[in-house]
Ligand binder design. Structure first.
Ligand code: ADP
Ligand code: MG
Length: 291
């Protein structure tokens, strides 16, 4: 492509709310065959809300109160959902006396002298807690595409908080369009496999990489690249930054964290996912327009 064609395409992209950080990004983007999406905050709105709270044996509010207290020092969107719901129900929270965030897993805190764990089923199992009693509740919420957050108090699984997040407007149309352009669309998430698959199904995505810890996301991109294709990654969070850097084209959501935006080659300033397909078409056209 001529430099002029690139400049023109960059201008057109900017009008649609897509910031191309370099001409090189265009060049690589047109050759991308695989496009990987983070789930929370990228395909979903990223403002999860508490949909349900169940105790293993009654007393759902006490489960919520202890969980929200443990989460009150966490920055995670799931923690916000849990704390907000507890406050809305008029519950009085305690500040934890010890607090430990485990990225991709959950939190471990001391609340009113009790050891409280809040997080994934895997996290509880790793800590030697039996989650069998919560299995039916767990499966029900996952089948609905909700994120199941388990709660354990003093080594015993006591309840489950089901958190749901809305799909973004235009997410499904975007996936359809990218597939029509011949791209292989992949979902990459730290969330549970079954939840991820329910969300993927709703969007028409068939390739799912789930339960990937924050530190392993870049490795998953590397693995896809080793299969021979140029890979683009779309994400919004701090934990997506290494994967955005590793990808041939890193694409950040405009409302995402500064760290993700800094790591990206392309920024979706408009936050309208449909513009991604347009950006790819622009990249392709600007290279066919060689004059
Ligand atoms: P994502 O890939 O969706 O950005 P993360 O890597 O942040 O997700 O977390 C993966 C999973 O770990 C979450 O789906 C959740 O089940 C669990 N998790 C992480 N942090 C917390 C927390 N503060 N409270 C409860 N669960 C958490
Ligand atoms: Mg995210």
């Amino acid at each position: 492509a001529t430099p002029l064609a690139i400049v023109r395409a960059s201008g057109e992209a900017a009008e649609r709310g897509i910031l191309m950080r370099s001409g090189e990004a265009f060049h690589v983007f047109k050759n991308v065959r695989t496009i990987v999406f983070d789930k929370t905050g990228t395909l979903t709105v990223g403002k999860p809300t508490l949909a349900d709270c169940q105790a293993a044996d009654g007393g759902g509010q006490e489960v919520l109160r202890l969980a929200a207290s443990a989460e009150s020092l966490s920055e995670h969107p799931l923690a916000h959902a849990i704390v907000t719901a507890a406050k809305e129900q008029g519950l009085t929270l305690s500040t934890p006396t010890t607090f430990d965030a485990r990225p991709g897993r959950g939190v471990l805190a001391t609340v009113e002298g009790h050891t409280v764990l809040v997080g994934t089923a895997r996290f509880l199992s790793e800590q030697g807690i039996d989650t069998l009693a919560l299995q039916p509740l767990l499966e029900r919420s996952r089948a609905q595409g909700q994120t199941a957050v388990l709660v354990a108090v003093d080594g015993k699984a006591t309840g489950l908080l089901a958190v749901s997040d809305q799909l973004k407007d235009g997410a499904k149309e975007m996936v359809t369009q990218l597939k029509r352009l011949g791209l292989d669309v992949v979902l990459l998430t730290g969330d549970n496999r079954q939840t991820a698959e329910t969300v993927a199904d709703a969007l028409g995505i068939t390739r799912v990489l789930a339960e990937v810890l924050p530190g392993d996301k870049a490795d998953e991109i590397r693995r896809l690249q080793a299969q021979g294709a140029k890979v683009a990654m779309v994400g919004d969070g701090i934990n997506d930054a290494p994967a955005l850097m590793q990808a041939d084209v890193g694409i950040a959501i405009g409302a995402g964290t500064d760290i993700a935006i800094d790591a990206a080659d392309v920024v979706l300033v408009s936050e309208r996912l449909e513009t991604l397909g347009q950006a790819r078409e622009l990249a392709r056209r600007s290279y066919n327009l060689t004059a």
